[in-house]
Design a protein around this ligand. Structure first.
Ligand SMILES: Nc1nc2c(c(=O)[nH]1)N[C@H]1C(S)=C(S)[C@@H](COP(=O)(O)O)O[C@H]1N2
Ligand SMILES: [Mo]
Length: 337
């Protein structure tokens, strides 16, 4: 492909300036919404990533000219470049179903971490290399070029996704959230994960109580309530999912929310999440998986199963469930521990 020599690369830079934040935000959405709503952001995310690649011949000409000037800010720019390449690379690795780790980190941790740092550096880079939108940038030619780049990127995205399926690569069996399947219906091999730094709790079943709206319940009392077996997918944001048969009590049988707006669920570790009150009908306090009591790693004596929500909502080692008048969204979007 013949790459035209850019006059000042302004349009390429403008395009990248729009694409980077778009990539980060669509990625965050695709990776945190647990429902089919994450399909459009996931498709845009893949397309945006490939659009960055489509623009790379033009950008590399700009980078070479910039480096020739040997400015101090070049260090930030080079680190940014490295991070963007790492993020693109790990994104592609993930899409093709790579399971291994990169040192101590998973591919998805490198991908998300790299992207967030890149976003900050992109801002610093932009401050030292500002680009201005000119009137000509809003003209017909830009429109045609943007359409062209988007079409090429979308076609590339479709062929990557289609190619994975055709070749039978493990990336083809990804869930719509992008996650890969792990040990479904085989709970002993299902990964044990925490959000950040929670340690597996070894809880004495005889002494354990869960306070439901303040009233303590023992494991035996819980077992006296009608139990449901439900098949539900635990989909972790670190990019795996596992489908299991869980057994437990639906929360609307355990407490009445009345006029309360939310229910907060607290773990023995202090980890917790706040759910909208109307979710009660779609949340279970489960004690068994695959017909066996939960293992310590998976939340013994009891954990939340919230079908349709991502794994970080599935609080393990539950010790309290409280109706509350605070709206559910008044909490950090992600747990802090
Ligand atoms: N108390 C507590 N519960 C937790 C977490 C945690 O760190 N602490 N991690 C959550 C996350 S991010 C996921 S994906 C699931 C993992 O469940 P598993 O270890 O049974 O696979 O538990 C959720 N429940
Ligand atoms: Mo997770």
């Amino acid at each position: 492909m013949k790459v035209p020599k850019p006059k000042n690369g302004r349009r390429t830079n403008l395009a990248l300036l729009a694409l980077l934040p778009l990539a980060v935000f669509t990625g965050l959405f695709a990776n945190t919404i647990g429902t089919a709503w994450s399909i459009p952001p996931a498709a845009v995310h893949g397309t945006v990533a490939l659009a960055v690649l489509v623009l790379s011949p033009w950008k590399s000409a700009i980078v070479r000219r910039g480096l020739a000037k040997r400015r101090k800010s070049s260090v930030v720019s080079l680190v940014l470049l490295l991070l963007v390449l790492t993020t693109l690379g790990t994104g592609l690795l993930h899409a093709t179903g790579f399971h291994g780790k990169l040192g101590p980190l998973t591919v998805m941790q490198v991908h998300i971490g790299g992207a967030l740092i890149a976003l900050v550096l992109a801002y610093v880079h932009y401050r030292s290399h500002p680009v201005r939108l000119h009137k000509v940038d809003l003209g017909r030619r830009t429109f045609l070029r943007t359409t062209g780049v988007s079409a090429v990127a979308a076609a590339a995205w479709l062929s990557v996704e289609g190619g994975l399926d055709l070749l039978g690569l493990s990336g083809g069996e990804r869930r719509f959230t992008g996650s890969h399947e792990r040990s479904s219906f085989d709970p002993t091999h299902m990964p044990v994960t925490s959000w950040l730094d929670d340690k597996v709790q070894h809880i004495d079943a005889a002494a354990w109580r869960v306070a439901i709206a303040g009233r303590p319940h023992s494991l035996e009392e819980l077992s006296l309530h009608p139990q449901d077996d439900l098949t539900a997918v635990l989909d972790c944001t670190s990019a795996w999912y596992s489908e299991q048969v869980w057994t437990g009590v639906r929360l609307d049988r355990l407490l009445d929310v009345g006029d309360h707006r939310s229910i907060s669920v607290t773990s023995a570790t202090g980890y917790g999440r706040r759910f909208p009150a109307h979710d009660l009908k779609n949340m279970w306090l489960v004690t068994h998986v695959g017909g066996e009591p939960l293992s310590a790693g998976h939340g013994f004596p009891a954990r939340i199963v919230a079908p349709g929500r991502r794994g970080f909502w599935w609080v393990k080692w539950v010790v309290a469930i409280d109706p509350s008048s605070v709206p559910w969204w008044l909490q950090l979007p992600f747990p802090a521990t």
